[in-house]
Write a protein that binds this ligand. Structure first.
Ligand code: FNR
Length: 356
């Protein structure tokens, strides 16, 4: 079975170079982008012996949403840049894999249509919705209602983007707007005709450096669904998140696309897991490319991991089948690594099995 890198190579051949750079790139010197992957290569695994099982169970349940494996689809924008079927293909593949897809607010397909595509595959798909809280809270609430009505099961608020990171590849390519015909469909004004195709009806995503814990409390007051925050790197923020009633924490540096020179997520995971102390689930994304990466993250305290670019590469390489192939590959690779580590379930992995 090919590795994630081979899907990336195929995607690179197929994509417009500016679009490839948009997906592949990171902020500024891309130090964090590289570090996310490199950090895994510095960690060594210590297997346990004579305690595994031929019957392994990779499934987990996260905040009431079952997942067939602890590998989720991280939220990434603009899937129709990667493949004409866009998020519909991703959603069908995630549903077929029985895993959770965290739909980006910046999807190029409306959440209602994504949910309908997933429901063609499975009656009760595990869809979560990623939010950039908009300063216009009324508008934000309208998006929350839309996502709830579409059937999402949790909200993931991205908190690492007070301003947009500086992506120098995009600057060089002058890639700053979606091509004609593609829109951030979830930001079409509520009540407008969704098939209208008039840009004036689609709002831009606004990043706000003025967001604070009160906005998280506001969102919690507006929805009964679990609210996670994504983009935590400081242990004190993880403690504050638990204090403020957040349902889960995603350790993420946005795939190296926001603040450059922050550490690899795997390197801060132990301190965040310690700060959270099991009070809420801890998820992690960034640089996961192999089953051993998943094993290391789970051993060091993550309940599940997210994959961003690997899914995009699968999508660009082969649409729904490509995403399915990537998810199947990661599942098989993780299952094998788990078996080699002497585990039968993700929870069997422990911090003493990872050595620096
Ligand atoms: C992202 N990411 C992201 N995160 C988010 O909260 N909302 C979004 O719209 C996007 N969009 C997005 C686009 C692209 C092209 C990439 C590569 C990433 C970040 C994403 O959720 C995740 O944190 C990283 O992708 C994880 O790193 P890997 O798996 O790509 O290494």
């Amino acid at each position: 079975m090919p590795a994630v890198a081979e899907f990336e190579a195929t995607a690179r051949e197929r994509l417009d170079p500016a679009h490839y750079d948009y997906f592949a790139g990171g902020a500024q010197e891309e130090i964090t982008l590289r570090e996310n992957e490199e950090a895994y290569k510095r960690l060594r695994l210590i297997p346990r012996v004579l305690r595994g099982s031929d019957k392994r169970d990779l499934s987990v349940e996260l905040l009431g949403t079952p997942s067939s494996m602890p590998i989720l689809v991280a939220p990434t924008a603009f899937h129709r840049l990667a493949h004409p079927d866009g998020e519909l293909a991703t959603a069908r593949a995630a549903a077929r894999a029985g895993t959770i897809m965290i739909v980006s607010m910046a999807s190029t397909t409306a959440i209602e249509d994504i949910a309908a595509a997933a429901r063609e595959v499975t009656p009760d798909p595990g869809l979560w919705f990623q939010l950039y809280l908009q300063p216009d809270l009324e508008f934000t609430e309208a998006i929350v209602r839309r996502a709830e009505n579409a059937g999402v099961k949790a909200f993931v608020v991205t908190v690492d983007s007070p301003v947009l990171g500086r992506r120098e590849r995009d600057d060089r390519n002058a890639f700053h707007d979606l091509p004609a015909g593609l829109f951030v469909e979830n930001l079409r004004n509520i009540g407008e005709n969704r098939s209208g195709g008039n840009t004036s009806h689609v709002r831009e995503i606004v990043m706000s450096a003025g967001l604070n814990w009160d906005h998280i409390a506001w969102l919690r007051s507006k929805t009964k669904l679990p609210v996670l925050i994504k983009g935590v790197l400081h242990a004190e923020d993880a403690r504050l998140a638990v204090h403020h009633g957040v349902a889960g924490v995603v350790v993420s540096n946005h795939g190296g696309r926001q603040l450059d020179t922050v550490p690899a997520t795997i390197d801060v995971l132990p301190e965040i897991a310690a700060a959270v102390g099991g009070a809420v689930p801890v998820l992690l994304d960034g640089g996961i490319r192999r089953g051993t990466d998943v094993v290391k993250a789970l051993a060091l305290g993550a309940d599940a991991v997210g994959v961003g670019r690997p899914v995009v590469w699968g999508l660009a390489a082969g649409g729904r089948e490509g995403v399915s192939a990537v998810l199947d590959l990661l599942r098989a690779d993780f299952d094998q690594a788990l078996a080699l580590c002497g585990g039968r379930h993700p929870a069997d992995l422990t911090p003493d099995q990872v050595r620096r």
